[in-house]
Design a protein around this ligand. Sequence first.
Ligand SMILES: NC(=O)c1ccc[n+]([C@@H]2O[C@H](COP(=O)([O-])OP(=O)(O)OC[C@H]3O[C@@H](n4cnc5c(N)ncnc54)[C@H](O)[C@@H]3O)[C@@H](O)[C@H]2O)c1
Length: 337
Amino acid sequence: MLKAALIGYGYWGPNVAKQLYRNKNYVFDTICDLREDRLEKAKELYADSVAYTTDYNSILKRADIDLVAIAVETSRHYQIAKESLQSGKHVYVEKPFTDNVEQAEELKKIAADRGLRIHVDHIMVYHPAIRKIKEIMDAGALGDILYVSCYRQNLGNVKNDVNAMWDLSVHDLSIIDYLADGANVRFVKALGEKAYSSRESITFLSVQYENFIANITANWISPIKERKIIIAGTKKMLVYDDVDVINKLIVYDKGFDKTPIKDMEYDEFVVKSRIGDAIIPKLEQSDALYNSLEHIRTCIENEQESLTDADAAIRVIKVLELANQDLHSNGKELKNE
Ligand SMILES: NC(=O)c1ccc[n+]([C@@H]2O[C@H](COP(=O)([O-])OP(=O)(O)OC[C@H]3O[C@@H](n4cnc5c(N)ncnc54)[C@H](O)[C@@H]3O)[C@@H](O)[C@H]2O)c1
């Protein structure tokens, strides 16, 4: 059985710990955090069933630990992932993988040289609703994709080591990457505003993919919580609303039909809107984080690459890195005379 240790027990780490503990295909061995108070919190739940440490080196020295799950602040992923790989451990790294492409490429190489797996927790790829959307799209039910609109906003948690785009839009970029089978990105544009932080807490990101466009909002300064994706195809459209507890996913038979005008020499059409049924697909009841951890476990056991490996993460980070550059460049200036 695979033996795992967790580094980072802050806000998100406890969720990873819960799913590692729940998954009886893992031996969940150790929780590590620099802060004693965080370890005390963990002890309230896990008592003597796991070991605790403030020094992650003690985990890396252990020959019997197979997988290190890293849930520390993003700016610290690279160093801990690198040392873990160099110590012969497979790694599960929280999103975003690293804060630049160069470091991500370096980690990928270390893992490849040593035959180790990197799994980046692009958690939404393991969400039953996103899996269902992929099924619908792969069956061709939406037709050709025209655009994807994503809204991810709430009040806080304003961070300082990454901007809202790196924290939130990484989810949407990974969803699109998965749904569109790693589709090529052609252009990236971004706008942002630094409010209550040294980094942008509101960002509007636009991405031109090979065959469709996407608009992605990330916002920590919103009065309402929103986690919504709209995908419009030439045949059907869908809305995924993660905040809606009942109707998370609705597929609309709405769109436009083109009817050729008779007796015209050239191709001329009448465009008419079409409003048909709305369908609520049944979703499997499963936990995305559990699925993500189970996926890397089976990948390690079967010696396969993870669906969200370093390559998938690099495709996403490349967009974020370009977008960051665009945040600091001006668009077309409107001259007010
Ligand atoms: N998958 C998701 O949906 C999701 C959601 C939230 C956060 N995250 C990701 O999880 C990661 C952690 O985010 P967070 O909000 O929990 O951060 P956090 O600041 O709340 O927690 C980080 C923890 O790591 C500990 N830590 C830092 N350096 C350490 C070290 N060298 N050794 C041991 N412990 C160390 C800190 O003491 C802290 O307790 C981030 O990368 C974030 O993007 C993912």
